[in-house]
Ligand binder design. Structure first.
Ligand code: GTP
Length: 284
């Protein structure tokens, strides 16, 4: 797949994150609940060694609830604290506070043993582009919080958002890069709209999406477009084009337009709550 990426930019982002991670106790890693593996970069496990870890299954409103639960259990079994969230609506935000305290209890205990009192937990948000980092920070930090470091001489340093007396959050999230070199990962990120559509062949991609949906979410396309799901994927796309009146001049079917409709509907949850990546069987 022809994905453009910029090694220079990525190296810089990684170096910045390495610096920022030194300042914090807890990494809050956002993943997309529809593709929890493709939306991670395993580098974070190396970068975040010795830090408390919390994974947020973001956009959980778009993921299939059964799969959300399966993924939650999957990451918990690997030792992460996990919370399902919808950063747009704010669902799950309350549970995060408790998870942060829980994830950082070793730090709190260490501080207590050393006689350190009231040192807030410092956290940072990380995740791949478009996973919802800014939306999350805005929703989670909300209106009530104030930015700290708003004093002369401090403004050039890091900006911390004080969430409450126990927790401070770095206001700029860390960007992780997905593993583009893996073709499957690239495809999944393309499905959810994390790769610019203008470098993709949406028509081709729509055929594999149709096959996936027919296999894992039988009936979803039929319900959305009032079409039969039988036949080849091309025939299904053709049926979607007819049902939505996607015609070029001369009554020819417009497959490109039908693909766009399919992807818009899928990405906005109109075909239903759909998870593209399932927990690996052997690790369930
Ligand atoms: N449905 C849904 N949409 C979300 C959620 N969180 C974020 N979004 C949407 O996802 C898109 C990307 O969100 P951003 O907050 O800009 O993502 P980001 O990770 O900061 O992106 P970069 O700045 O590219 O790194 C926006 O259109 C958000 O409205 C969520 O929980 N559910």
């Amino acid at each position: 797949m022809n994905v453009q990426w910029y090694p220079g930019h990525m190296t810089k982002a990684k170096r910045q994150m390495q610096e920022d991670i030194k300042l914090i106790d807890l990494i809050i890693e956002l993943v997309d609940s529809r593709v929890p593996l493709a939306s991670r970069n395993p580098d974070i496990d190396e970068l975040g060694r010795n830090k408390a870890r919390l994974i947020l299954l973001n956009k959980s409103d778009l993921g299939d609830e059964r799969q959300n639960e399966a993924w939650k259990a999957y990451f918990q079994a690997k030792g992460f604290y996990v919370v399902k969230v919808d950063s747009r609506s704010g669902a799950g935000m309350k549970a995060i506070q408790a998870a942060i305290q829980e994830a950082c209890k070793e730090k709190t205990e260490r501080d207590r043993r050393r006689g350190i009192k009231n040192r807030p937990i410092r956290a940072m948000v990380v995740g791949i582009p478009n996973v919802g980092k800014s939306t999350f920070i805005n929703t989670f930090a909300g209106r009530a919080c104030a930015k700290t470091g708003n004093k002369p001489g401090v403004t050039k340093g890091k900006q911390w958002i004080r969430l409450n007396k126990n927790v401070e959050l770095l206001d700029t999230p860390g960007i992780l890069w997905p593993k583009f070199e893996d073709e499957e990962v690239g495809m999944r990120l393309a499905y959810i709209g994390s790769i610019k559509d203008d470098i993709l062949n949406l028509e081709e991609l729509s055929l594999t999406l149709i096959d996936f949906l027919r296999e894992k979410y039988a009936g979803a396309l039929e319900k959305r477009y009032q079409i039969a799901e039988e036949g080849t994927a091309v025939q299904v796309l053709e049926a979607i084009a007819r049902s939505r009146g996607c015609l070029k001049k001369g009554e020819e079917l417009d497959y490109a337009k039908a693909s766009l409709i399919l992807f818009d509907d899928f990405r906005s949850g109109k075909i239903g709550r759909i998870t593209l990546e399932w927990v690996p069987q052997e690790e369930k």
